[in-house]
Design a protein around this ligand. Structure first.
Ligand code: C5P
Length: 401
């Protein structure tokens, strides 16, 4: 599967370094050529000899060691690489790269490469959540570097939280999917609605819901990474927005509908992941409503159903994908929506399941096609769910072209 691919694995000084031995071993079994570069701290946790034996290649720690090759190694490896993956990526290497520091073999290679660089952070939860580390991650993401989300759980230091290295097989899966999906969406134009909408009650209050926008933005990131031209019509969200997509910010369902109608003709795949408020206030108070009476009634009127409106004007060759967040009768309710909104596929998720739905980084979904096919996916990171949704869309397109 990875035959002909050269992957540089950069290992930093964290306790999770030992887990990367299994990653390297799996990459080798998939026929990748793997070159390991370790930081000096990493060599305190696992010996270079271990990685050398597993990778079947010399391991570099020190830039100034006796050369094994005739050429300048950090340049030759950096040029040869099809991917550079840093695991565990410590706060230190993330900070160094974000700050432009190249003072050892690993940081110098990262600076010198034009290959995609994937960071797999693993560190103590407080370190991971530190605003400096988070800012560095955001900065690097904005510049096109990729990050895999750390897992949550019990850490080696005894605390529980986010910061564990993902399971080796999960890292390998991400690498495999990176290579297999690369650029298979070039030429496609994808329009995504994402996040909640906000319907004003008065100048300071509104009706909304718990949608974080994470699923829609994950699809945007995945589609752009695969070469698609992507636009997100986004309700108010508080997440990092990818620089690889055009974002049009809206607030209300009416604004989202208008934006979607304006863009519709320019896109061939329409993914409606927004959690649009079903109702809005019949009239918005122009002054803050005072708490005078014991009860307060607000008259609500139906919002436009964006998916349904687009479904009515659906053009030949366009693919419409919707979402169905349910608490009961998942498949029945989702199938009814698929039909009434003229979707080609619906992503159904039971939001009562742990690890699914609003706010979290994972989801458990069923992909239901208009031919009645159902693909049940296990608990997955939202970015992986996003790729699966896109895989299904491409398959649908190839079967219906
Ligand atoms: O009817 P329900 O809200 O459960 O349907 C969900 C699907 O319809 C999602 O794809 C959502 O983005 C879309 N939708 C919409 N406009 C609405 C309500 C839902 O586009 N007003």
């Amino acid at each position: 599967m990875l035959t002909g691919k050269t992957i540089i694995v950069g290992v930093c000084g964290g306790i999770a370094a030992y887990k990367v031995v299994e990653v390297v071993s799996s990459l080798r079994k998939l026929n990748a050529e793997v070159h390991v570069i370790m930081t000096e701290n990493a060599a305190e946790f696992v010996t270079p000899l271990t990685f050398q034996s597993i990778s079947h290649n010399p391991v570099t720690v020190n830039m100034f060691a006796e050369p094994v090759y005739w050429d300048i190694k950090h340049i030759s490896l950096a040029e040869k690489a099809d991917m550079v993956m840093i695991a565990p990526a410590t706060a230190n290497i993330i900070g160094k790269v974000a700050g432009g520091i190249a003072d050892d073999m690993l940081s110098t290679t990262i600076m010198a490469t034009k290959a995609p660089v994937i960071f797999v952070p693993a560190m103590n939860t407080n370190m991971y959540e530190n605003v400096i580390v988070q800012n560095n991650i955001s900065k690097l993401k904005d510049m096109g570097y990729t990050f895999l989300e750390p897992d949550s759980g019990l850490m080696a230091c005894g605390t529980t939280g986010k910061g564990r290295l993902p399971q080796p097989q999960s890292i390998v899966e991400s690498i495999k999917s990176y290579f297999s999906r690369r650029m298979d969406m070039e030429g496609y134009r994808v329009l995504i609605t994402a996040g909640p909408t906000r319907e004003a009650i008065d100048p300071v209050r509104y009706i909304s819901n718990h949608s974080s926008g994470k699923m829609g933005y994950a699809i945007a990131e995945a589609a752009a990474a695969r070469g698609a031209q992507v636009k997100v019509i986004s309700g108010p969200v508080h997440i990092q927005k990818p620089h690889t997509a055009v974002i049009e910010d809206v607030t209300t369902a009416d604004e989202m509908l208008e934006a979607a109608l304006n863009s519709y003709n320019d896109f061939d795949i329409i993914i409606m992941s927004a959690a649009v408020a079903d109702y809005k206030c019949a009239s918005i108070a122009d002054k803050k409503i005072k708490k005078t009476d014991e009860t307060l009634s607000i008259e609500l009127v139906k919002n436009p159903d964006i998916a349904k409106e687009l479904g009515k004007i659906k053009k030949q060759g366009k693919v419409h994908v919707g979402f169905s967040a349910e608490t009961n009768e998942l498949v029945t309710n989702a199938k009814a929506k698929l039909k009434s909104k003229n979707f080609d596929m619906i992503v159904a998720n039971d939001v009562t399941m742990e690890g699914a739905g609003f706010g979290v980084d994972t989801n458990i979904v069923k992909l239901i096609g208009k031919d009645g096919s159902i693909l049940e996916l296990p608990l997955m990171k939202k970015i992986e769910v996003a790729h699966k949704i896109l895989d299904q869309i491409l398959q649908f397109k190839s079967e219906n072209s």
